[in-house]
Design a protein around this ligand. Structure first.
Ligand SMILES: NC(=O)c1ccc[n+]([C@@H]2O[C@H](COP(=O)([O-])OP(=O)(O)OC[C@H]3O[C@@H](n4cnc5c(N)ncnc54)[C@H](O)[C@@H]3O)[C@@H](O)[C@H]2O)c1
Length: 274
């Protein structure tokens, strides 16, 4: 199976195992969605290069799916780190063919209480980091490859107190679409995934401590948070030949939250005493 087969072509449906031997770089792979994605793509036979800023946890996680030797420290905000990682993949004979930009972090604050420093920190990590990854793909990715950028439901629906994070995540979708258009002539597809509320450590911050999680869950049509594995499955679809004609989309993985207004029966019953 060659790397150019990853994105497939007009020939049709790909057999399973289309990622075998393909060079995949995943950022933010020490935890959460990045970790689940790296493990899933590795289980499909891809040569996954898990990367993260957290070396200790990154190596531990990578060892779980047999990729400890390929783990690299990559701070997504640092140009040199990107060049070094991509060069290493080429030298190993596993040139960059799939890129999943999952590194990110959130913060919660009303705009009036958001410092310039924290706003810039959000943009740097979530948007500049994704830009540097997309630019590496534009320069070095093997024709026929695929990029998936992780945006967010908060990059689709403006959300109070998530101004800095939301601005970055709206930006990630814009960047993805521009790249989808610019790189299409190389057969490189670029899509974004917009998760809703997923059970990871991203909200383990004092900013989010007061959130009423139960009320939030009631607002999700599927009445539960998603798992990192469910997002990873959506990412697998977007990098696999099965999505060979899907380019420039924002795939919501949010249990239906963005579909429209939802009134929870459970809540209504509780209110009416039923
Ligand atoms: N969990 C959710 O509910 C949710 C919802 C929507 C979008 N997202 C997005 O999904 C992506 C993954 O988030 P998660 O929920 O898995 O969070 P997570 O905190 O579990 O994982 C994020 C990873 O990014 C790494 N990271 C942080 N800064 C980095 C840097 N400068 N360079 C490289 N790595 C860095 C962290 O060490 C961590 O391993 C993020 O982009 C996030 O914004 C998450």
């Amino acid at each position: 199976m060659t790397s150019s087969e990853v994105s497939g072509g007009p020939a049709g449906v790909a057999p399973a195992g289309g990622l075998r031997g393909v060079g995949v770089l995943v950022t933010g792979a020490a935890n959460g969605i990045g970790a689940a994605t790296a493990a899933l793509l590795a289980s499909e036979g891809a040569l996954v290069y898990p990367t993260d800023i957290d070396e200790e946890q990154g190596r531990r996680t990578a060892a779980e799916f047999g990729a400890a030797d390929r783990f690299r420290v990559l701070d997504v905000r640092d140009e040199q780190s990107w060049d070094a990682a991509v060069d290493q993949m080429a030298a190993d004979g596993a040139p960059l063919t799939v890129l999943v930009n999952s590194a990110g972090a959130a913060m919660k604050a009303p705009l009036a209480e958001t410092s310039l420093e924290s706003f810039r920190r959000m943009i740097d990590l979530n948007l500049v980091g994704t830009f540097l990854g997309v630019r590496s793909a534009a320069r070095h990715m093997v024709p026929g490859g695929a990029v998936v950028n992780i945006s967010s439901l908060r990059g689709v629906l403006a959300t109070a107190e998530l101004g800095a994070y939301g601005a970055a995540k709206f930006g990630v979708r814009a960047l993805s679409r521009v790249a989808a258009i610019e790189l299409a002539h190389k057969g490189i597809r670029v899509n974004s995934v917009c998760p809703g509320s997923i059970e990871t450590g991203i909200t383990d911050l004092p900013d989010f401590a007061a959130d009423d999680v139960e009320a939030y869950v009631r607002s999700i049509p599927l009445q539960r948070r998603g798992s990192p594995g469910e997002v990873a499955e959506a990412i697998l679809f977007l990098v696999d030949r099965r999505s060979s004609y899907v380019n420039g989309v924002d795939l919501l993985v949010d249990g239906g939250t963005a579909a429209g207004v939802h009134t929870s029966k459970k809540k209504k019953n509780a209110e009416s005493g039923k």
